[in-house]
Design a protein around this ligand. Structure first.
Ligand code: PLP
Length: 383
Protein backbone atom coordinates (compact mmCIF):
# COMPACT_ATOMS: atom_id res chain seq x y z
CA UNK A 1 0.00 0.00 0.00
CA UNK A 2 1.71 3.15 -1.28
CA UNK A 3 -0.77 5.50 0.39
CA UNK A 4 -1.67 5.30 4.05
CA UNK A 5 -5.38 4.94 3.36
CA UNK A 6 -7.77 4.14 0.51
CA UNK A 7 -11.33 4.73 -0.55
CA UNK A 8 -13.88 2.31 -1.93
CA UNK A 9 -16.87 3.35 -4.03
CA UNK A 10 -19.71 0.86 -4.08
CA UNK A 11 -21.39 0.49 -7.46
CA UNK A 12 -24.48 -1.30 -6.16
CA UNK A 13 -25.10 1.38 -3.54
CA UNK A 14 -24.94 4.06 -6.20
CA UNK A 15 -27.38 2.26 -8.53
CA UNK A 16 -29.69 1.83 -5.57
CA UNK A 17 -29.59 5.57 -4.77
CA UNK A 18 -30.09 6.65 -8.38
CA UNK A 19 -33.08 4.32 -8.70
CA UNK A 20 -34.54 5.67 -5.47
CA UNK A 21 -34.10 9.29 -6.60
CA UNK A 22 -35.69 8.47 -9.96
CA UNK A 23 -38.63 6.88 -8.13
CA UNK A 24 -39.29 10.30 -6.55
CA UNK A 25 -39.39 12.06 -9.93
CA UNK A 26 -42.26 12.47 -12.39
CA UNK A 27 -41.45 10.72 -15.69
CA UNK A 28 -40.92 14.08 -17.41
CA UNK A 29 -38.30 15.28 -14.89
CA UNK A 30 -34.65 14.75 -15.80
CA UNK A 31 -32.00 14.01 -13.17
CA UNK A 32 -28.73 15.92 -13.15
CA UNK A 33 -26.05 14.45 -10.89
CA UNK A 34 -24.16 17.27 -9.16
CA UNK A 35 -20.47 16.34 -9.11
CA UNK A 36 -18.85 19.59 -7.97
CA UNK A 37 -16.22 19.43 -5.21
CA UNK A 38 -14.53 16.40 -6.82
CA UNK A 39 -17.89 14.59 -6.83
CA UNK A 40 -18.34 15.45 -3.14
CA UNK A 41 -14.93 13.94 -2.44
CA UNK A 42 -15.69 10.65 -4.20
CA UNK A 43 -13.32 11.50 -7.09
CA UNK A 44 -14.68 12.67 -10.46
CA UNK A 45 -12.66 10.23 -12.59
CA UNK A 46 -13.80 7.22 -10.55
CA UNK A 47 -17.33 8.38 -10.01
CA UNK A 48 -18.41 9.35 -13.55
CA UNK A 49 -18.16 5.82 -15.07
CA UNK A 50 -20.15 4.18 -12.25
CA UNK A 51 -22.74 6.97 -12.38
CA UNK A 52 -23.07 6.43 -16.14
CA UNK A 53 -23.43 2.74 -15.44
CA UNK A 54 -26.25 3.56 -13.02
CA UNK A 55 -28.06 5.41 -15.81
CA UNK A 56 -27.01 9.04 -15.26
CA UNK A 57 -26.52 11.11 -18.43
CA UNK A 58 -26.55 14.67 -17.06
CA UNK A 59 -23.84 16.11 -14.80
CA UNK A 60 -23.65 19.52 -13.09
CA UNK A 61 -20.41 21.07 -11.87
CA UNK A 62 -19.45 24.39 -10.32
CA UNK A 63 -16.51 25.40 -12.50
CA UNK A 64 -14.50 24.90 -15.67
CA UNK A 65 -11.81 22.48 -14.48
CA UNK A 66 -14.49 20.18 -13.11
CA UNK A 67 -16.34 20.35 -16.45
CA UNK A 68 -13.14 19.36 -18.28
CA UNK A 69 -12.53 16.44 -15.96
CA UNK A 70 -16.10 15.18 -16.40
CA UNK A 71 -15.78 15.65 -20.18
CA UNK A 72 -12.65 13.45 -20.23
CA UNK A 73 -14.07 10.83 -17.89
CA UNK A 74 -17.31 10.31 -19.83
CA UNK A 75 -17.70 7.06 -21.78
CA UNK A 76 -21.04 7.94 -23.37
CA UNK A 77 -22.72 11.10 -24.58
CA UNK A 78 -23.96 13.16 -21.67
CA UNK A 79 -24.86 16.74 -20.85
CA UNK A 80 -22.49 18.83 -18.73
CA UNK A 81 -23.82 21.95 -17.02
CA UNK A 82 -21.57 24.56 -15.34
CA UNK A 83 -23.51 26.25 -12.53
CA UNK A 84 -20.86 28.69 -11.35
CA UNK A 85 -17.49 30.18 -12.17
CA UNK A 86 -16.07 30.41 -15.68
CA UNK A 87 -13.11 32.62 -16.55
CA UNK A 88 -14.41 34.43 -19.63
CA UNK A 89 -11.16 33.62 -21.48
CA UNK A 90 -12.09 29.95 -21.16
CA UNK A 91 -15.57 30.32 -22.60
CA UNK A 92 -14.44 29.24 -26.09
CA UNK A 93 -13.82 25.65 -24.96
CA UNK A 94 -17.20 25.61 -23.25
CA UNK A 95 -19.16 26.74 -26.30
CA UNK A 96 -17.12 24.68 -28.75
CA UNK A 97 -17.88 21.50 -26.82
CA UNK A 98 -21.55 22.31 -26.27
CA UNK A 99 -21.14 22.48 -22.52
CA UNK A 100 -24.19 24.18 -21.00
CA UNK A 101 -23.77 26.99 -18.47
CA UNK A 102 -25.55 29.39 -16.16
CA UNK A 103 -25.76 33.05 -17.20
CA UNK A 104 -26.20 35.49 -14.34
CA UNK A 105 -24.79 38.74 -15.68
CA UNK A 106 -24.58 40.69 -18.94
CA UNK A 107 -20.81 40.51 -19.06
CA UNK A 108 -20.88 36.73 -19.44
CA UNK A 109 -23.89 36.88 -21.75
CA UNK A 110 -22.31 39.38 -24.18
CA UNK A 111 -19.00 37.49 -24.18
CA UNK A 112 -20.86 34.24 -24.91
CA UNK A 113 -22.65 35.88 -27.85
CA UNK A 114 -19.37 37.22 -29.21
CA UNK A 115 -17.58 33.86 -28.97
CA UNK A 116 -20.55 31.91 -30.34
CA UNK A 117 -20.57 34.25 -33.35
CA UNK A 118 -16.87 33.70 -34.00
CA UNK A 119 -17.30 29.91 -33.75
CA UNK A 120 -20.53 29.96 -35.77
CA UNK A 121 -22.20 27.99 -32.96
CA UNK A 122 -24.93 28.57 -30.42
CA UNK A 123 -24.08 28.98 -26.76
CA UNK A 124 -26.38 26.74 -24.71
CA UNK A 125 -27.39 28.81 -21.69
CA UNK A 126 -29.52 28.63 -18.56
CA UNK A 127 -30.69 31.98 -17.19
CA UNK A 128 -30.16 32.09 -13.44
CA UNK A 129 -32.74 34.15 -11.56
CA UNK A 130 -32.04 35.80 -8.20
CA UNK A 131 -34.92 34.70 -6.00
CA UNK A 132 -33.49 35.31 -2.53
CA UNK A 133 -30.23 33.41 -1.99
CA UNK A 134 -28.48 36.64 -2.93
CA UNK A 135 -25.49 34.89 -4.44
CA UNK A 136 -25.80 35.09 -8.23
CA UNK A 137 -28.67 35.64 -10.64
CA UNK A 138 -30.64 38.26 -12.55
CA UNK A 139 -33.22 40.32 -10.68
CA UNK A 140 -36.79 40.45 -12.04
CA UNK A 141 -36.22 44.09 -13.04
CA UNK A 142 -33.48 42.94 -15.46
CA UNK A 143 -35.92 40.78 -17.42
CA UNK A 144 -37.05 43.34 -20.07
CA UNK A 145 -33.49 44.22 -21.10
CA UNK A 146 -32.37 40.59 -20.91
CA UNK A 147 -35.27 39.51 -23.13
CA UNK A 148 -34.26 42.12 -25.66
CA UNK A 149 -30.65 40.89 -25.81
CA UNK A 150 -31.81 37.27 -26.09
CA UNK A 151 -34.19 38.05 -28.98
CA UNK A 152 -31.65 40.14 -30.87
CA UNK A 153 -29.08 37.33 -30.68
CA UNK A 154 -31.19 34.25 -31.28
CA UNK A 155 -28.69 32.97 -33.86
CA UNK A 156 -25.99 32.78 -31.20
CA UNK A 157 -28.05 31.55 -28.26
CA UNK A 158 -29.90 28.39 -27.39
CA UNK A 159 -31.74 29.61 -24.30
CA UNK A 160 -32.33 26.16 -22.90
CA UNK A 161 -33.15 26.72 -19.27
CA UNK A 162 -34.19 29.01 -16.48
CA UNK A 163 -33.17 28.25 -12.91
CA UNK A 164 -32.53 29.39 -9.38
CA UNK A 165 -31.08 27.88 -6.20
CA UNK A 166 -32.89 27.56 -2.86
CA UNK A 167 -31.45 29.07 0.30
CA UNK A 168 -31.55 26.07 2.64
CA UNK A 169 -34.36 23.68 1.64
CA UNK A 170 -33.09 21.19 4.27
CA UNK A 171 -34.38 23.14 7.25
CA UNK A 172 -37.94 24.12 8.19
CA UNK A 173 -36.60 27.36 9.68
CA UNK A 174 -36.17 28.60 6.09
CA UNK A 175 -39.74 27.72 5.08
CA UNK A 176 -41.01 31.28 4.53
CA UNK A 177 -37.94 32.28 2.58
CA UNK A 178 -38.07 29.17 0.33
CA UNK A 179 -41.80 29.63 -0.37
CA UNK A 180 -41.13 33.20 -1.40
CA UNK A 181 -38.27 32.05 -3.67
CA UNK A 182 -40.53 29.54 -5.40
CA UNK A 183 -43.20 32.15 -6.03
CA UNK A 184 -40.68 34.72 -7.23
CA UNK A 185 -39.23 32.11 -9.63
CA UNK A 186 -42.64 31.33 -11.09
CA UNK A 187 -43.30 35.04 -11.61
CA UNK A 188 -40.04 35.49 -13.50
CA UNK A 189 -40.80 32.52 -15.74
CA UNK A 190 -44.19 34.12 -16.57
CA UNK A 191 -42.55 37.48 -17.33
CA UNK A 192 -40.27 35.83 -19.88
CA UNK A 193 -43.15 33.88 -21.38
CA UNK A 194 -45.11 37.10 -21.84
CA UNK A 195 -42.20 38.35 -23.91
CA UNK A 196 -42.32 35.19 -26.02
CA UNK A 197 -39.32 33.45 -24.43
CA UNK A 198 -40.16 29.85 -23.58
CA UNK A 199 -37.70 27.61 -21.73
CA UNK A 200 -37.26 23.87 -22.35
CA UNK A 201 -35.99 23.28 -18.82
CA UNK A 202 -37.09 25.02 -15.64
CA UNK A 203 -35.12 23.92 -12.60
CA UNK A 204 -34.99 24.79 -8.91
CA UNK A 205 -34.63 21.63 -6.82
CA UNK A 206 -31.61 20.22 -4.96
CA UNK A 207 -31.70 17.00 -2.86
CA UNK A 208 -33.62 18.41 0.11
CA UNK A 209 -36.24 20.03 -2.12
CA UNK A 210 -37.18 16.64 -3.62
CA UNK A 211 -38.48 15.65 -0.19
CA UNK A 212 -39.49 18.96 1.41
CA UNK A 213 -40.83 20.91 -1.60
CA UNK A 214 -42.11 18.33 -4.13
CA UNK A 215 -43.59 21.08 -6.33
CA UNK A 216 -40.05 22.16 -7.23
CA UNK A 217 -39.57 18.97 -9.24
CA UNK A 218 -39.85 20.73 -12.61
CA UNK A 219 -38.15 19.69 -15.87
CA UNK A 220 -34.75 19.04 -14.28
CA UNK A 221 -33.51 18.50 -10.72
CA UNK A 222 -29.90 19.06 -9.62
CA UNK A 223 -29.17 16.37 -7.05
CA UNK A 224 -25.90 16.21 -5.12
CA UNK A 225 -25.65 14.73 -1.64
CA UNK A 226 -28.49 12.21 -1.98
CA UNK A 227 -26.94 10.26 -4.85
CA UNK A 228 -23.94 9.59 -2.60
CA UNK A 229 -26.33 8.01 -0.10
CA UNK A 230 -26.62 10.82 2.45
CA UNK A 231 -29.51 13.03 3.53
CA UNK A 232 -29.14 16.80 3.34
CA UNK A 233 -30.06 16.98 7.02
CA UNK A 234 -31.48 14.74 9.72
CA UNK A 235 -34.64 16.84 9.51
CA UNK A 236 -35.12 15.94 5.84
CA UNK A 237 -34.73 12.23 6.64
CA UNK A 238 -37.24 12.51 9.51
CA UNK A 239 -39.71 14.23 7.19
CA UNK A 240 -39.28 11.47 4.62
CA UNK A 241 -39.91 8.82 7.30
CA UNK A 242 -43.00 10.64 8.56
CA UNK A 243 -44.49 10.63 5.06
CA UNK A 244 -43.50 7.01 4.35
CA UNK A 245 -44.59 5.12 7.42
CA UNK A 246 -43.04 1.71 6.70
CA UNK A 247 -39.88 3.00 5.13
CA UNK A 248 -36.41 2.23 6.33
CA UNK A 249 -33.54 4.37 5.08
CA UNK A 250 -33.66 3.84 1.29
CA UNK A 251 -30.22 5.41 0.72
CA UNK A 252 -26.96 3.49 0.82
CA UNK A 253 -23.61 5.15 1.43
CA UNK A 254 -21.38 4.86 -1.65
CA UNK A 255 -18.05 5.72 -0.01
CA UNK A 256 -15.93 3.79 2.49
CA UNK A 257 -12.58 4.99 3.82
CA UNK A 258 -10.07 2.50 5.19
CA UNK A 259 -6.55 2.33 6.54
CA UNK A 260 -4.37 -0.11 8.51
CA UNK A 261 -2.91 -0.37 11.99
CA UNK A 262 0.67 0.93 11.71
CA UNK A 263 1.94 0.57 15.29
CA UNK A 264 0.81 -0.79 18.66
CA UNK A 265 2.09 0.23 22.06
CA UNK A 266 1.39 -0.37 25.75
CA UNK A 267 0.98 2.80 27.81
CA UNK A 268 1.19 2.84 31.62
CA UNK A 269 -1.60 4.13 33.80
CA UNK A 270 -1.47 7.89 34.36
CA UNK A 271 0.51 8.78 31.23
CA UNK A 272 -0.59 11.29 28.60
CA UNK A 273 -1.15 10.14 25.00
CA UNK A 274 -0.18 12.39 22.09
CA UNK A 275 0.63 16.09 22.13
CA UNK A 276 -0.20 18.00 25.28
CA UNK A 277 -2.41 16.80 28.06
CA UNK A 278 -5.84 16.26 26.49
CA UNK A 279 -5.83 12.51 27.14
CA UNK A 280 -4.54 10.73 30.26
CA UNK A 281 -4.76 6.93 30.60
CA UNK A 282 -6.87 5.55 33.41
CA UNK A 283 -5.20 2.17 33.84
CA UNK A 284 -2.74 0.42 31.55
CA UNK A 285 -3.83 0.84 27.95
CA UNK A 286 -3.07 -0.53 24.51
CA UNK A 287 -2.85 2.25 21.94
CA UNK A 288 -2.68 1.76 18.14
CA UNK A 289 -1.51 4.27 15.55
CA UNK A 290 -3.37 4.82 12.27
CA UNK A 291 -1.40 6.72 9.61
CA UNK A 292 -4.20 9.17 8.71
CA UNK A 293 -4.45 12.71 10.06
CA UNK A 294 -5.89 16.12 9.38
CA UNK A 295 -3.81 16.50 6.22
CA UNK A 296 -5.83 13.55 4.90
CA UNK A 297 -9.10 15.26 5.73
CA UNK A 298 -9.62 13.55 9.09
CA UNK A 299 -10.78 16.65 10.89
CA UNK A 300 -8.78 17.86 13.89
CA UNK A 301 -12.07 18.51 15.66
CA UNK A 302 -12.47 14.72 15.98
CA UNK A 303 -9.65 14.76 18.57
CA UNK A 304 -10.75 12.61 21.55
CA UNK A 305 -14.11 12.16 19.78
CA UNK A 306 -13.78 10.17 16.55
CA UNK A 307 -14.67 6.47 16.27
CA UNK A 308 -13.18 3.86 13.96
CA UNK A 309 -13.69 0.11 13.52
CA UNK A 310 -11.07 -2.56 14.19
CA UNK A 311 -11.92 -6.29 14.06
CA UNK A 312 -15.59 -5.27 13.84
CA UNK A 313 -15.42 -3.37 17.13
CA UNK A 314 -15.69 0.38 17.66
CA UNK A 315 -12.51 2.06 18.93
CA UNK A 316 -12.19 5.63 20.18
CA UNK A 317 -9.73 8.21 18.97
CA UNK A 318 -7.58 9.30 21.92
CA UNK A 319 -5.60 12.52 22.09
CA UNK A 320 -5.17 15.21 19.46
CA UNK A 321 -5.41 14.35 15.74
CA UNK A 322 -1.95 14.86 14.22
CA UNK A 323 -1.16 16.00 10.71
CA UNK A 324 -0.52 12.43 9.55
CA UNK A 325 -1.74 10.15 12.31
CA UNK A 326 -4.29 9.37 14.97
CA UNK A 327 -4.11 7.16 18.04
CA UNK A 328 -6.93 4.83 19.03
CA UNK A 329 -7.70 2.84 22.17
CA UNK A 330 -7.59 -0.92 21.49
CA UNK A 331 -7.22 -2.02 25.13
CA UNK A 332 -10.41 -4.10 25.06
CA UNK A 333 -10.18 -5.33 21.47
CA UNK A 334 -8.60 -8.79 21.29
CA UNK A 335 -5.96 -9.92 18.78
CA UNK A 336 -5.19 -6.62 17.03
CA UNK A 337 -2.09 -6.88 14.84
CA UNK A 338 -0.05 -4.41 12.82
CA UNK A 339 -1.53 -4.36 9.30
CA UNK A 340 -5.11 -5.06 10.42
CA UNK A 341 -7.78 -3.14 8.51
CA UNK A 342 -9.20 0.00 10.15
CA UNK A 343 -12.46 1.53 8.93
CA UNK A 344 -12.69 5.32 9.21
CA UNK A 345 -16.00 5.51 7.32
CA UNK A 346 -17.96 2.40 6.39
CA UNK A 347 -18.75 -0.95 7.90
CA UNK A 348 -16.90 -3.97 9.21
CA UNK A 349 -18.93 -7.09 10.05
CA UNK A 350 -22.18 -5.71 11.49
CA UNK A 351 -20.75 -2.43 12.76
CA UNK A 352 -20.87 0.90 10.99
CA UNK A 353 -19.21 4.28 11.19
CA UNK A 354 -21.46 6.69 9.33
CA UNK A 355 -20.50 10.08 7.99
CA UNK A 356 -23.48 11.61 9.79
CA UNK A 357 -22.35 10.36 13.21
CA UNK A 358 -18.97 11.69 12.38
CA UNK A 359 -20.04 15.12 11.32
CA UNK A 360 -22.31 15.57 14.30
CA UNK A 361 -19.29 14.99 16.49
CA UNK A 362 -17.15 17.42 14.60
CA UNK A 363 -19.90 19.90 13.75
CA UNK A 364 -19.11 19.55 10.09
CA UNK A 365 -21.78 19.01 7.54
CA UNK A 366 -21.68 15.76 5.56
CA UNK A 367 -20.79 17.96 2.62
CA UNK A 368 -17.68 19.48 4.15
CA UNK A 369 -16.27 16.27 5.56
CA UNK A 370 -16.57 14.48 2.21
CA UNK A 371 -15.06 17.25 0.14
CA UNK A 372 -12.06 17.53 2.45
CA UNK A 373 -10.91 14.01 1.60
CA UNK A 374 -7.88 14.65 -0.64
CA UNK A 375 -8.05 13.67 -4.29
CA UNK A 376 -4.68 11.83 -4.08
CA UNK A 377 -6.05 9.05 -1.89
CA UNK A 378 -6.56 6.06 -4.22
CA UNK A 379 -10.14 5.10 -5.04
CA UNK A 380 -11.29 1.56 -5.88
CA UNK A 381 -14.66 0.46 -7.20
CA UNK A 382 -16.43 -2.37 -5.37
CA UNK A 383 -19.50 -4.30 -6.59
C1 PLP B 1 -24.62 22.09 -4.81
C2 PLP B 1 -25.75 22.51 -5.62
C3 PLP B 1 -26.85 21.64 -5.82
C4 PLP B 1 -26.96 20.28 -5.15
O1 PLP B 1 -27.19 20.37 -3.78
P1 PLP B 1 -27.45 19.07 -2.87
O2 PLP B 1 -27.96 19.61 -1.60
O3 PLP B 1 -26.13 18.40 -2.69
O4 PLP B 1 -28.41 18.22 -3.60
C5 PLP B 1 -27.86 22.08 -6.66
N1 PLP B 1 -27.80 23.31 -7.26
C6 PLP B 1 -26.76 24.15 -7.08
C7 PLP B 1 -26.77 25.47 -7.76
C8 PLP B 1 -25.72 23.79 -6.24
O5 PLP B 1 -24.69 24.64 -6.07
Amino acid sequence: MLHSSYIELNKTALSNNINFIKSLLPSTTQLSAVVKGNAYGHGIENYIPIAENAGVNHFSVYKMDEAQRVFKALKNKATILIMGFIDLNELTWVIENEIEFFIYDDERLLKAIEIAKSLDKKAIIHIEIETGLNRTGYLPKNIPNLSKIIKENSNQLNVKGICSHLAGAESISNYIRIKSQISSFNKSVKSFEKKGIIFQQKHLACSAALINYPKTKLDLVRVGIMQYGLWSSKETFMYFLAKNKDAIDPLKRVISWKSKIANIKEVRSGDFVGYGTTFMTEGNMKIALIPVGYSDGYSRSLSNQGRVLVNGIRASVVGIINMNSIMIDITLIPDVKIGDEVVLIGNQNEMDVSIASFSELSNLLNYELLTRIPSEIPRHITE
